[in-house]
Design a protein around this ligand. Structure first.
Ligand code: ZN
Length: 200
């Protein structure tokens, strides 16, 4: 059963919302080739936050997909990936920001990026800017050369309608964006859809 129907995050924007333990969060790329940065905080204590380092360490891979758990800085499972039609996401890079734009795109008008969007969306839940870590970047395509360690940011491999579904393992506050960085999104900015479903 859908708790609130499909929600739309417009291009280059973000959203903050609660996700109760057991509920399913479906993140949908409605047009294809669009990244969505995802953050999770313990709703009862936002100092507990999703951790790339813990998650990659326990998963023993940087290729997270169906069956993997996303852990907190306190080594507790926050989310479980239960469905994934893409199989290509990133958990290495931090949300794009005003400073990212200065670094990579000095000739483009700067944008506050996912970082600024997440900071605004999460402020009502008591999350401060400095508590924003590496996000789980749904659909972001960051191949890493296993020999040299060099990484690239390529367009997502996702096509229209692709999705990833995550089940909450505790009561969470979620931050979610439609990413604003040109390279991450194949050069154009599209919306992201999401849906919250109660456990069946
Ligand atoms: Zn971004």
């Amino acid at each position: 059963m859908s708790a609130a129907g499909t929600q739309v995050i417009p291009p280059r924007r973000g959203a903050g919302f609660r996700l109760a333990a057991g509920q399913l969060l479906t993140v949908i790329d409605p047009e294809g080739r669009q990244v969505a940065d995802l953050l999770a905080y313990n709703a009862a204590d936002v100092r507990e936050v999703i951790s790339s380092g813990r998650t990659l360490d326990y998963a023993e891979t940087i290729r997270l997909t169906t069956g993997h758990l996303l852990y907190s800085n306190r080594s507790r499972p926050m989310l479980e990936i239960v469905e994934d039609s893409v199989g290509r996401h990133d958990f290495l890079l931090t949300p794009c920001s005003y400073d990212t734009f200065h670094h990579f795109y000095p000739d483009l008008p700067p944008h506050r990026g996912c970082f600024g969007n997440l900071a605004e969306a999460l402020a009502p839940f008591g999350v401060e800017e400095d508590a924003i870590p590496v996000a789980f970047n749904c659909f972001m395509n960051v191949p890493v050369d296993g020999t040299t360690g060099r990484l690239e940011v390529l367009p997502p491999t996702s096509v229209a309608g692709d999705r990833i579904v995550l089940r909450a393992r505790m009561d969470l506050v979620i931050g979610l964006t439609a990413c604003s960085a040109p390279a991450s999104n194949g050069g154009s900015f599209k919306p992201i859809h999401y849906r919250i479903d109660d456990p069946s």
